[in-house]
Design a protein around this ligand. Structure first.
Ligand SMILES: NC(=O)c1ccc[n+]([C@@H]2O[C@H](COP(=O)([O-])OP(=O)(O)OC[C@H]3O[C@@H](n4cnc5c(N)ncnc54)[C@H](OP(=O)(O)O)[C@@H]3O)[C@@H](O)[C@H]2O)c1
Length: 357
């Protein structure tokens, strides 16, 4: 069966996501080269920031078979000399006859590859493909807003509870889901938590039993600096940033990898925009996860900072009106489903929460 444009772009997307956690702040990009008979003669993806782009890796694999072939690329080939040479020139030099682009490059420094190729006689087709746009979303968002891509992640019962009754295990989702969380943590730049959860659960917010492509910064939002001095996030094992309010009394901490950021107020809460900007400017962040709790999520949603929800739903029910429940907040966000996978007994959903992403 001969594959079509969507199939080749899908394959390029599957390749691209292998770079997650390794390529950021660059985009995840994949490339598939197909000859006139429909044979895939080269595949490649961007493997690591500073290393060859997807097109170069695919051209390398294709060798002379690239001549006259079509390249399917998730993002418009770059046209600038950054850390590596321009991909548009490399595609031209290899004799590629047609380039199918999954998404235009909004980065003014790198854009123009399509125009360059068309000017030199290569057929260029822009597809504006949804799958490509989804995997590029964090990169596109950062280029366009100077903010990181914010994923709000929580575990809930099937009736929406994110807390368990006193005396019961605090774990809502299963061990397979926990594994997914740790794998994701190892690909992001920061994990953000409210001080309420630090006090209640004393989490370590580290990557465990999973490959850590990067070490996420631990961020605690703590207006008055009431965090207990023996909290695990203050153990110095990995860096922690504490975002606090104006009149907070300084914490007496010695020789620990802790930094502080004062945030202004907006509508009676700490304004989280300067925090997100700080994460981009000082930590080169592209992806951050907010891990709760409910109060912190509410501030993130009210300040219109959430881009995606990642919700682990267990089959369990609780039905206790005194405990934190996310159902009505979730409904008010009116999200659109991106993906659903099964993880052990849990259903794991990804939702998009902004129409402009
Ligand atoms: N199931 C799950 O996925 C999940 C995930 C996380 C937490 N939880 C549960 O949720 C519970 C804790 O949730 P919570 O809602 O009480 O606490 P929380 O959201 O962890 O922390 C809330 C506190 O953080 C500070 N805060 C955060 N953002 C702020 C902002 N923009 N402006 C001002 N202050 C801000 C405030 O501190 P001050 O109070 O000092 O003003 C606020 O009261 C725990 O029981 C935990 O187990 C469940």
């Amino acid at each position: 069966m001969r594959l079509n444009t969507q199939d080749y772009l899908s394959l390029a997307c599957e390749l691209a996501v292998r770079g997650h956690g390794l390529v950021e702040p660059n985009p995840m990009v994949g490339c598939v080269i197909v000859d006139l008979a429909g044979n895939i003669v080269g595949t490649g993806f961007h493997k690591k920031v500073g290393e060859a782009h997807a097109e170069i890796n695919a051209l390398h694999e294709a060798g002379s078979l690239a001549r006259g072939a079509t390249a399917y690329v998730t993002l418009e080939p770059c046209n600038h000399v950054g850390r590596t040479g321009p991909c548009a020139q490399a595609l031209l030099d290899a004799g590629i006859a047609k380039v199918v682009v999954g998404h235009r490059d909004p980065n003014p420094e790198a854009a123009g590859g399509g125009t360059f190729l068309a000017k030199h006689g290569v057929e260029v087709v822009f597809e504006e493909n949804d799958q490509c746009r989804n995997i590029l979303a964090p990169f596109l968002h950062r280029v366009q807003t100077s903010l990181p891509w914010v994923v709000c992640k929580w575990a809930q019962t099937s009736d929406g509870y994110i807390e368990t009754p006193e005396g019961e295990s605090p774990w809502i989702s299963g061990k397979e889901s926990l594994q997914l969380v740790h794998e994701k943590r190892g690909c992001v730049d920061a994990i953000i938590l409210g001080v309420g959860t630090v006090v209640a659960d004393n989490p370590s917010l580290t990557v465990r039993n999973a490959i850590s492509h990067r070490t996420p910064l631990r961020v605690v939002v703590d207006p008055t600096l009431r965090i207990p001095l023996d909290a695990t996030v203050l153990d110095g094992e990995v860096p922690t940033l504490i975002a606090h309010g104006k009149d907070a009394k300084p914490l007496e901490l010695e020789n620990r990898a802790i930094s502080f950021l004062e945030l202004p107020e907006i509508n009676g809460a700490l304004d989280l925009h300067p925090l997100m900007k700080h994460l981009v400017e000082e930590y080169d962040a592209t992806n951050v996860i907010v891990e709760g709790g409910k109060t912190t999520f509410e501030h993130v949603f009210n300040q219109n900072l959430a881009d995606e929800l990642w919700i682990f739903t267990s089959p369990r029910t609780i039905g206790d009106a005194n405990l934190a429940n996310m159902s009505s907040i979730f409904d008010s966000l009116n999200p659109s489903e991106l993906e659903k996978v099964i993880s052990g007994v849990d259903s794991v959903y990804r939702w998009s929460v902004k129409s402009n992403n």
